[in-house]
Design a protein around this ligand. Sequence first.
Ligand SMILES: COC(=O)c1ccnc(N)c1
Length: 245
Amino acid sequence: MRLDYLTIFPDYLAPLGLSLPGKAAARGLVEVHVHDLRGWTRDRHRTVDDTPYGGGAGMVMRPEPWGEALDELLGQDPHPATVVVPSPAGRPLTQALARALSTRPRLLFACGRYEGIDQRVLDHAREREDAEEVVEVSLGDYVLNGGEVAALAVTEAVVRLLPGFMGNAASLEEESHEQGLLEYPVYTKPSSWRGHDVPPVLLSGNHAAIAAWRHEQSLARTAERRPDLLHASHVAGEWEVLPAA
Ligand SMILES: COC(=O)c1ccnc(N)c1
């Protein structure tokens, strides 16, 4: 997977050389390219923003630098890129969306600043043959100063799903949201710590009982913290054993 980042703060994406994506890069699983949008400005001040049509506070990112940057970058690779635009107005980032993005050959992150990127940049990108899709993605219902932090989060959620990245692929199966539920609580040695003991079932060696306890814990946590994630299918097992009405 090729990952490109267009930003006016390339240093912000320095963490991409470390830990998770860095490891993946070292293994040849991902190829990372960070680009300074100002490289596609033509004026002495390397201007990337201007006042909004219609008035209002703040500044909007000018379309020309973005258009010329996409012209150059999208043409650099035979694979059509999925353009990922972090935005508070985007689709929520979910495990399902991360998994869908992890199957793409190339992601190009357009990291906006100020009040956002001129809408025509996204509209024009959607018309391009060399852009497979333009996906605006939100981390949640809050505003950041720029798309870079969100781009790092989306990158981590996606890269860790790439085949061969996580040593123990089985651990991905049990993670929060993979099965549509929140993850159960986890414990390790010592079995007793500051008056808190590990639940005895986890020391029992009874794998069926442990699996049942973990599922029950996931259901309880999800019901308490994220009832919106609960679907009948998750509690189907309980309905099946209820006595006939
Ligand atoms: C500028 O980008 C944002 O403010 C942003 C991006 C992704 N998710 C959010 N909740 C905000």
